[in-house]
Design a protein around this ligand. Structure first.
Ligand code: FAD
Length: 293
């Protein structure tokens, strides 16, 4: 059996690509290594996806998944470990396909501290644009000292009572103009040389402890210490730039391999840009299938 398209990753980008390909009557297999729905599944509330006033991440992507199943898409829970030409290889299987869409997304860098996984979505967040509003009039912390951490702290300071920025170095690494703006905020406290060593709270975050034993109680915490693209498995096959798959307009150096969503080089990583990429990849793959295969 040869598939028309194999989609690697069942996040919003991959599921959107599957919907378009299936509606064009293509034979599609989606391979997902762990969570149908991708990163957003851990978010309790999405309020910036058009068409929904508010919806949980799991319900939103659950709807996308239902669309894929209703259209006859095949989905397997298997981690792709390698791609060779027209073959997609997992631990247990080698699948043959005419086109491939890589939509493996990113995972946020985490601190790797006990109980962190359980608290993500329950007090620990990554995306201020998405989840910051839940902490209006509350006290929050931001971990990190680069541009994104400082931008997050500035934006949270507009509606939170207090923002504590914790940086593990003795200085912030963000651009000076951002630091200047931050310094003008009177509800932001900056802790340098601060290292979070443990979290307080079992099922919901209550605070954290620093390496100097200082206990800090907060309502929410935003980790802004970078992202890790899920691109390791494909490094030998596709071009990689700063760990992201290098791609202009979802194209790669192979005419039948496309890349969608957060895993590719791009400026804005959001749900709408991921689903947009999924659409672009699928239409380009359909074009390839109709003209060259
Ligand atoms: C907590 C949180 C809240 C957010 N809130 C919002 C929000 O409110 N609004 C918004 O617009 N954006 C939000 N975002 C960002 C948004 O989730 C991402 O932009 C979006 O999920 C990217 O979609 P994607 O399909 O490219 O990747 P992902 O969602 O990361 O999906 C990629 C999928 O590929 C799978 N995968 C990875 N490697 C392999 C492999 N080797 N084999 C098989 N499968 C693999 C992964 O398991 C994952 O399921 C949020 C992100 C987080 C973490």
């Amino acid at each position: 059996m040869i598939y028309d398209a194999i989609i690697i990753g069942a996040g919003p980008a991959g599921l959107t690509a599957a919907i378009y390909l299936l509606r064009a009557n293509k034979k599609v297999l989606v391979l997902e290594k762990e969570t149908i729905g991708g990163q957003i599944s851990s978010s309790p509330l999405v309020e910036n996806y058009p068409g929904y006033l508010s919806i949980s991440g799991s319900e939103l992507t659950g709807n996308m998944f239902d669309q894929v199943l209703n259209l006859g898409g095949e989905v397997e829970i298997e981690e792709v470990i390698k791609i060779i030409e027209n073959e997609v290889i997992t631990e247990d299987n080698t699948y043959k396909t005419k086109t491939i869409i890589v939509a493996t997304g990113c995972k946020p860098r985490v601190l790797g501290i006990d109980n962190e996984e359980n608290l993500i979505g329950n007090g620990i967040h990554f995306c201020v644009a998405c989840d910051g509003a839940f902490y209006k009039d509350k006290k929050v912390a931001v971990i990190g000292g680069g541009n994104s951490a400082v931008i997050n702290a500035i934006s949270l300071s507009d509606y939170c009572t207090e923002v504590i920025l914790i940086q593990n170095l003795d200085h912030l690494t963000a651009e000076q103009n951002l630091i200047d703006t931050l310094n003008k905020k009177n509800n932001v406290k900056i802790i340098l040389n601060g290292k979070v060593v443990s979290y307080i709270g079992e099922d919901a975050l209550e605070g954290f402890i620093l390496k100097n034993n200082e206990e800090i109680i907060v309502d929410g915490l935003f980790l802004s210490i970078g992202q890790v693209p899920n691109s390791d498995f494909i490094k030998e096959f596709l071009d990689i730039k700063n760990n992201y798959i290098d791609s202009d307009d979802c194209l790669t150096k192979y005419p039948n391999v496309f890349v969608a969503g957060d895993v590719r080089t791009k400026e804005i990583r959001q749900l709408t840009t991921a689903t947009s990429d999924g659409t672009t990849c699928a239409i380009k793959a359909i074009d390839y299938l109709n003209n060259f295969s």
